[in-house]
Design a protein around this ligand. Structure first.
Ligand code: IDP
Ligand code: MG
Length: 152
């Protein structure tokens, strides 16, 4: 099943919004299969944000991401990559729609609370960058049928 790497960024942890943000995914019925609190090293931040290297905001971005602990999650569901991106909203809170995580919890042009993988290729790379295979837990949600089943 599809997986997505989510990072609750330093501002989400410092502003003590982690529970509220994780609830958005839980309420949607998305399954958590990996979760940890960690500090991102400069090496890890550089690798994770390699596609943005050379952009004007790159240095500020890696400094932000290494400045304070983050909570990293692996979410699992059919279509979870697109679903999580919709729940997150536009890149910055000032542009994001109300009802989205970024739209409801922030208005900054630099700190935007959350990262979510943007493609299956990125998700695969990012999950393996942050988690060892044995850190992901394989289990069944008992209400899976009601959450994502159809009525055939
Ligand atoms: P996304 O997180 O919505 O996918 P991307 O364009 O992939 O947005 O950018 C990755 C991250 O880089 C953003 O989440 C944000 O933290 C940072 N970023 C992007 N554009 C800017 C900018 O113009 N100024 C400052 N930071 C930026
Ligand atoms: Mg992106």
């Amino acid at each position: 099943m599809e997986k997505s790497l989510i990072i609750l960024k330093p501002d989400a942890v410092q502003r003590q919004l982690a529970g509220k943000i994780i609830s958005r995914f839980e309420e949607k019925g998305i399954q958590i299969v990996g979760c940890k609190l960690m500090k991102i090293t400069m090496d890890l931040a550089s690798e994770h944000y390699a596609p943005h290297k050379g952009k004007p905001f790159y240095e500020g971005l890696v400094n932000y991401m290494t400045s304070s602990p983050v909570i990293v999650l692996v979410l699992q569901a059919n279509g979870v990559i697109a679903m999580a991106r919709k729940l997150m909203g536009a890149t910055f809170g000032c542009d994001a729609e109300p009802g989205t995580i970024r739209g409801d919890f922030g208005g900054s042009k630099g700190f935007n609370l959350i990262h979510g993988s943007d493609s299956p290729e990125a998700a695969e790379k990012e999950v393996s960058l942050f988690f060892k295979p044995e850190e992901l837990v394989d289990y069944t949600l008992t209400n899976e049928h009601w959450l994502f089943g159809d009525n055939d």
